[in-house]
Ligand binder design. Structure first.
Ligand SMILES: Nc1ncnc2c1ncn2[C@@H]1O[C@H](COP(=O)(O)OP(=O)(O)OP(=O)(O)O)[C@@H](O)[C@H]1O
Ligand SMILES: [Mg+2]
Length: 233
């Protein structure tokens, strides 16, 4: 795979639940390494479902979907797991494990890739300090506020420096200062080469940071960058 190849390539991809419930249809997209996209659309239009497809949490119903140059329909379960390790996800409902401490939650992805216990602890502490949770290492997630949980989820998603980072409403539960700090973290990941996709309702961010917008409307994804380029011709 060359540097210029898209990390995510879709040709007329559709997704849905059950037999007749198509959520998104005929999505054709090419997203590069080191690119940043906001994913927007009204509640219930399919943002979370689209991210679920991208982290290989659901199958597409038609079309061709390639990630890191690999056709998802043609790979075995083992390879899916390997690809999945290159994707960091901040879930809308956090998905933290309440029986583990905050530190253990954040260090978990490093355990999966076989890092030593010492390095796991060191890196998890560093990133937790950075998101302002240096005093919560041993807390259980169910004792934290919504905004604190969100920051734990973000720390866990970025700790492996993934090639793709997917964040579902990552600033929904934090104040403006922390929201800007988190956007700074995503920006840093993007600058280091990660393809970042942030689903958000926050128009203020979309307008302020001039990144590409993928807007979901009526079951289709409109790539606003492409649309604006087309209009400028
Ligand atoms: N697990 C599921 N099973 C069946 N239908 C689902 C499932 N998850 C989502 N849907 C349906 O898919 C559609 C898109 O939902 P989705 O959660 O992707 O929207 P969203 O844009 O993320 O909404 P929000 O902004 O409220 O988070 C909705 O009609 C929803 O009811
Ligand atoms: Mg959602």
């Amino acid at each position: 795979m060359s540097k210029e190849d898209p990390v995510i390539l879709m040709n007329r991809v559709s997704i849905g639940y059950g037999d007749n419930a198509t959520v998104l249809r005929n999505v054709s997209l090419s997203l590069k390494k080191k690119s940043f996209h906001f994913l927007t659309g009204a509640s219930g239009t399919g943002k979370t479902s689209f991210l679920r497809l991208l982290y290989l949490g659901m199958q597409h119903t038609s079309g061709r979907f390639t990630i890191f140059g690999r056709d998802i329909s043609e790979i075995a379960a083992k390879e899916r797991c390997q690809l999945r390790q290159r994707i960091g996800v901040v879930f809308q409902d956090f998905n933290l494990l309440d029986h583990l401490t905050v530190l253990e939650n954040v260090a978990l992805p490093l355990k999966v890739v076989g890092e030593s216990a010492l390095r796991r602890e060191h890196q998890a502490k560093e990133i937790l300090d950075w998101v302002g949770l240096g005093n919560c290492f041993n807390a259980r997630p169910d004792t934290l506020s919504g905004g604190q949980k969100q920051r734990v989820a973000i720390a866990r998603a970025v700790i492996t420096r993934p090639d793709i980072l997917l964040a579902d409403e990552p600033t929904g539960n934090v104040d403006e200062v922390i929201a800007h700090k988190l956007m700074g973290l995503f920006y840093g990941m993007h600058k280091m080469g990660t393809c970042v996709i942030v689903a958000t309702h926050c128009r203020q961010f979309v307008d302020k940071f001039h990144y590409n917008e993928l807007r979901i409307e009526h079951g289709f994804i409109v790539d606003m960058n492409q649309t604006q380029k087309g209009m400028a011709k």
